[in-house]
Design a protein around this ligand. Structure first.
Ligand code: TMP
Ligand code: ASP
Length: 248
C-alpha cells in the first residue's frame, strides 16, 4: 500500500496503473505521484517493485532535462520530493508512440522477427491509448479515420519521437546501456504546442546492459517483472545509478 499523502487542498484528477495525478494551487500545474505498483499485460499481472516510484521519477526528471537542453519541450516543472513531479497541465494525446531500434516484445510476437534484429532506420509505431481495447496498434489510415491527432500533429509526433530516440540512444550508450525500444506520450498545451509528457523509465523502455551477452541477464527494465526474471529492484537501481552518473 502506498503511503503518499497529497496536500490537503489537492484534488485527485486521475489514477493510472503507475501514477496518480493531483491538482495544485496553480491551475496550470499538476502534481504527479509515482507509485511502486507494477502491472503488465494490461494489468493481468500485478505486483510491487520497491523503490520504483523514486527511480522512475528521478530518471524521468534527468532525461527530461537532457531533452529540454536538446530542444525537446517537456511537461516537467520540478520534483518537490523524490517520488513526485510537478508538471505543466496539458491535454494528453491518446496515443502511445513507440520507437524501436532492435526487435523485441510485441514486434517479435506479432511478426516473427527474431529477438535482437537491428531496425535501421528505427520503427515508429502509434498505439491507441485505451485500456478497454487493449491499446491496439494503429495503421496510418486508422489514425486518420479516428481523428485522434491531426495529420500535422502525427507528422510532428513522428519527428519528435525520432529526435528523442537520437538523444536518448546516444545518452544510454554512454551509460553502457542499449536503448532497444521505448514508449512516449505527448500532451498539447493551451497554445497548441506538443510537449513530451508522462515518464521515461525502466517501466517504459527496454534497456540492455552492454556488459552482458546473456539474453536474460542483460535485461535492466520492466521485462524482468513481466517475464519473472528476478532481481527487478536491483536492475531499476542500477539503471538509475548509471543515468544519474552521466552528466550532460
Ligand atoms: P511492446 O514490445 O510490448 O509493444 O512494448 C514496446 C515498448 O513500449 C517497451 O519499451 C515497453 C513499452 N510499453 C509501455 O511503456 N507501456 C505499455 O503498456 C506497453 C505494452 C509497452
Ligand atoms: N503497463 C502496461 C500494463 O499494465 C503493460 C506493460 O507495461 O507491459 O498493463
Amino acid at each position: 500500500m502506498d503511503a503518499f499523502e497529497p496536500p490537503a487542498s489537492a484534488e485527485k484528477l486521475y489514477e493510472g496503473k503507475a501514477k496518480i495525478l493531483y491538482t495544485t494551487d496553480d491551475p496550470e500545474i499538476l502534481l504527479t505521484y509515482f507509485k511502486d505498483d507494477a502491472t503488465a499485460f494490461n494489468a493481468q499481472k500485478r505486483g510491487t517493485i520497491a523503490g520504483k516510484g523514486e527511480v522512475n521519477c528521478a530518471m524521468s526528471q534527468h532525461l527530461f532535462r537532457l531533452l529540454e537542453g536538446q530542444g525537446v519541450p517537456t511537461h516537467l516543472v520540478d520534483c518537490p520530493t523524490a517520488d513526485t513531479m510537478r508538471v505543466r497541465r496539458v491535454s494528453i494525446v491518446p496515443l502511445e508512440v513507440v520507437v524501436r531500434n532492435i526487435a523485441a516484445g510485441s514486434l517479435c510476437q506479432q511478426t516473427g522477427l527474431e529477438l535482437g534484429t537491428p531496425l535501421d532506420p528505427p520503427l515508429v509505431e502509434f498505439y491507441f491509448k485505451n485500456d478497454a481495447l487493449g491499446d491496439p496498434l494503429l495503421t496510418d489510415d486508422r489514425l486518420r479515420v479516428m481523428g485522434l491527432a491531426t495529420p500535422d500533429q502525427v507528422h510532428q509526433l513522428r519527428e519528435m519521437a525520432l529526435r528523442i530516440n537520437q538523444v536518448l540512444s546516444d545518452f544510454f550508450d554512454q551509460c553502457g546501456i542499449t536503448l532497444v525500444d521505448f514508449k512516449l506520450e505527448f500532451g498539447v498545451d493551451d497554445s497548441g504546442r506538443l510537449l513530451l509528457a508522462d515518464e521515461i523509465s525502466p517501466d517504459t523502455c527496454r534497456l540492455w546492459n552492454q556488459a552482458e551477452t546473456d539474453p536474460n541477464r542483460r535485461v535492466m527494465d520492466k521485462d524482468r517483472f513481466r517475464r519473472d526474471l528476478g532481481d527487478v529492484e536491483a536492475a531499476y537501481q542500477q539503471v538509475l545509478q548509471r543515468v544519474l552518473a552521466q552528466s550532460f
